[in-house]
Write a protein that binds this ligand. Structure first.
Ligand SMILES: Nc1ncnc2c1ncn2[C@@H]1O[C@H](COP(=O)(O)OP(=O)(O)OP(=O)(O)O)[C@@H](O)[C@H]1O
Ligand SMILES: [Mg+2]
Length: 322
């Protein structure tokens, strides 16, 4: 079992939201590997609500009626599933379960693609819908119109009917910015940032893993509080007893950016050097340059405060060395 490092502040904030009647779509955003999905899983196990955790990375709906739904399995599988959930005290489903005939009728256009979901959700216990990695819809057959319909459905569930909470999780903040504008969600959404873990928790974690204080501080100074990079550092420390992996983590990022810079110009170089020193306001950057840096996982854009950062502490170190 992987260790879960404290996210008390975020869990407290989320449970406050879930204890109130649903009234907005919540966007949980943060850089890649900052621990958003892990936090959602933790939340799901701590609350009594019925949770639908729909992961767009694991599923790839190509049509509107497939989004959020899963076909009801046969009888024996249903029995097995029921006991599995009981054993694990689980309240989490990976989609809204509908009869296959209903899904077929939705596919044929004989039923509205969302109406049956409302009835189903009304029968659940204070339901929470979590849509993880929603940016993957960009690569499916779902077009902008379908996406707007999905978002409007979430607004109906929350702000209009107050039937279910809706949480959208993503690291793609340009995508959020776009869909919030397109679907007119400004007055119907809230945002919550999930970033790196706090320093004190990390130093404790690293020392529990057997590192002395000097090594733990060194790891923090290179990777900061990014859970995934910390996890890599710990795995290497377990097998080698050292923290030599830090250098290769930074070097790998540096070579990747060097390579990318070969096919662009001086303004990209100036931009990444500036990113290594400070946050940059979005109005100072040409949208194309911003998109280049985001698509290549160099920068992270926070749509709430309008600032751009190096995507991780390790990346910041790599950019410093360029
Ligand atoms: N609070 C935590 N304590 C310990 N490890 C964590 C914590 N949060 C995340 N991790 C670890 O960090 C890694 C990345 O976490 P996770 O997949 O949740 O990030 P994410 O923000 O959802 O990433 P992505 O943007 O790619 O979807 C995982 O290996 C996970 O186990
Ligand atoms: Mg995730």
């Amino acid at each position: 079992m992987l260790k879960f490092i404290n996210r008390e502040a975020e869990l407290w904030q989320l449970s406050n939201i879930l204890n109130a009647p649903p009234n907005f779509v919540l966007f949980v955003y943060g850089p890649k590997s900052s621990g958003k999905s892990t936090l959602m899983m933790k939340l799901a196990t701590q609350i009594k609500n019925d949770v639908i955790l729909y992961d767009f990375r694991a599923k790839s709906p190509t049509e509107l009626h497939e989004i959020l739904t899963v076909p009801r399995p046969g009888f024996s599988e249903r029995v097995r599933h029921y006991f599995r959930k009981k054993l694990r005290h689980s309240n989490v489903e990976d989609g809204i379960v509908l009869h296959p005939n209903q899904i077929k009728m939705m596919a044929e256009g004989k039923l509205d693609p969302f109406a049956p979901l409302v009835n189903k959700l009304k029968g659940l216990k204070r339901p929470v819908l979590i849509l993880d990695e929603i940016q993957n819809l960009k690569y499916s057959g779902i077009d902008t119109k379908d996406l707007a319909q999905l978002l409007n459905f979430l607004v109906t569930l929350t702000k209009r009917l107050h039937i279910a909470h809706a949480i959208i999780v993503t690291s793609d903040c340009l995508f959020i910015d776009e869909i919030v504008k397109q679907a007119g969600l400004e007055e119907a959404s809230e945002f919550m940032y999930v970033g790196d873990l706090p320093k004190t928790n990390i130093l404790e974690w690293l020392q529990e893993e057997g590192m002395n204080e000097v090594k733990a501080k060194k790891v923090f100074s290179v990777v900061g509080g990014r859970p995934f990079d910390l996890w890599i550092s710990i795995q290497h420390f377990r097998s080698t007893g050292g923290i030599g992996v830090l250098e290769s983590l930074v070097k790998r990022k540096m070579s990747r950016v060097k390579f990318l810079l070969k096919s662009v110009g001086a303004k990209e170089f100036r931009f990444v050097k500036k990113l290594s020193r400070e946050a940059i306001s979005v109005d100072e950057v040409h949208p194309k340059l911003l998109k280049w840096a985001i698509d290549n996982e160099i920068a992270f854009f926070d749509p709430v405060n309008g600032e751009i950062y190096a995507i991780s502490h390790t990346m910041k170190r790599a950019l410093e060395l360029l």
